[in-house]
Ligand binder design. Structure first.
Ligand SMILES: Cc1ncc(COP(=O)(O)O)c(C=O)c1O
Length: 336
């Protein structure tokens, strides 16, 4: 029987979540739980000082009914980087992967059907817990994993969306923009809200030093494709190193024969781009129709429907993620 389809990116309680505690310098065994609430100290560093980080990845249902993960080792490595940046203990790669496999298998009935682009979103996270008052790293931590079936992040899948440049900064040049920590996202909420109120899908953050170069598109990386067949994406130390973008760079170069460049993308020099998009685990590839910056609105040539290169990248990426296209690089792990 066909399952009910998930509505966008909303939390749906599933059967089981995973929680492991770190105390006296070591992680416990970890446990699978049905209850989706936490009982933590009111003085937890995660609550007062934002000592927390997270990851986001997906489990994909293949046509043959099997379930697979995409580039999970890269999420494990980035999670370690985020933990280190916030002075938290790391989780071994094997443990991270093992716990995710366990939790996906325990929620197998919640993995959406093949054929609609729906997936099971997986959210690993770590928070500093325990009784603390002064500012210092916690001595106890909680590593958790929760999952939820999801549809598309931006409504109207594959339809180009309008973006607006934010008046606010997301992350400082030598701050935490390159890791996945909650503070970056808290700092972006007001900008996102204001963008949505004005009718835009999300906002674009510029580099915080000069406010002249594109950094991130909400919770996704930016890429553009030029008339002369270049895939260009921003280079900056305060951008999250997107696993999706890394995959697209490889596909653009090796499959589509595009030249791939990481360089400054100036907000007032967008006319070379034929196509533009936002890419990430949640956004997948969302084409960008226009970018409004103050009183200026730049409309990309392919603003009505996904441009041809973006379409090919989308088909290749999702084809590999859902197991329809042979994985060229050991990116995929079939788990069930
Ligand atoms: C700020 C930001 N940029 C980019 C991305 C895309 O990264 P990934 O492709 O690894 O999901 C995300 C999502 O995780 C993000 O939160």
């Amino acid at each position: 029987m066909m399952k009910e389809r998930p509505q966008g990116f909303k939390y749906v309680k599933t059967s089981i979540n995973y929680v492991s505690y770190y105390k006296d310098g070591a992680w416990d065994e970890g446990s699978l739980n049905e209850y989706d609430m936490l009982n933590i100290s009111i003085m937890s560093t995660a609550l007062h000082y934002g000592q927390q980080c997270f990851e986001g990845l997906k489990a994909y249902r293949r046509k043959d009914g099997k379930i697979q993960l995409f580039r999970i080792e890269d999420n494990a490595k980035r999670f370690q980087m985020s933990c280190e940046q916030l002075a938290m203990p790391i989780v071994a790669k094997e443990r991270f992967i093992d716990a995710i496999i366990k939790i996906v298998k325990a929620n197998i009935d919640f993995v959406p059907d093949y054929g609609f682009g729906d997936t099971l979103y997986i959210r690993p996270f770590m928070i500093g817990v325990g009784h603390n008052l002064g500012l210092r790293p916690a001595s106890e931590y909680l590593f958790g994993i929760v999952v939820s079936p999801v549809g598309s992040y931006f409504s109207g899948l594959a339809k180009p969306v309008d973006m607006i440049v934010s008046d606010y900064d997301r992350a400082a040049p030598r701050g935490t923009g390159h890791v996945k920590v909650g503070g970056n996202y808290a700092a972006s909420l007001k900008a996102q809200l204001e963008a949505k109120k004005k009718g835009f899908a999300d906002c674009i953050f510029l580099d915080p030093k000069t406010h002249s170069k594109i950094e991130e598109v909400g919770v996704a990386n930016f890429f553009g494709i030029t008339k002369d067949k270049k895939y260009i994406t921003p280079k900056s130390p305060s951008i999250l190193n997107s696993i999706t973008n890394r995959s697209l760079k490889w596909l653009a170069m090796h499959v589509l024969n595009l030249q791939v460049l990481e360089q400054d993308i100036f907000i007032d020099e967008l006319s070379d781009f034929e196509e533009a998009g936002a890419c990430g685990t949640a956004a997948v590839i969302t084409p960008i129709a226009s970018i409004t910056n103050g009183s200026h609105k730049h409309v990309f040539p392919h603003h009505e429907k996904m441009g041809p290169y973006t379409r090919q990248l989308y088909d290749l990426l999702t084809g590999i993620q859902f197991g329809d296209i042979k994985d060229p690089n050991d990116w995929v792990m079939i788990i069930d």
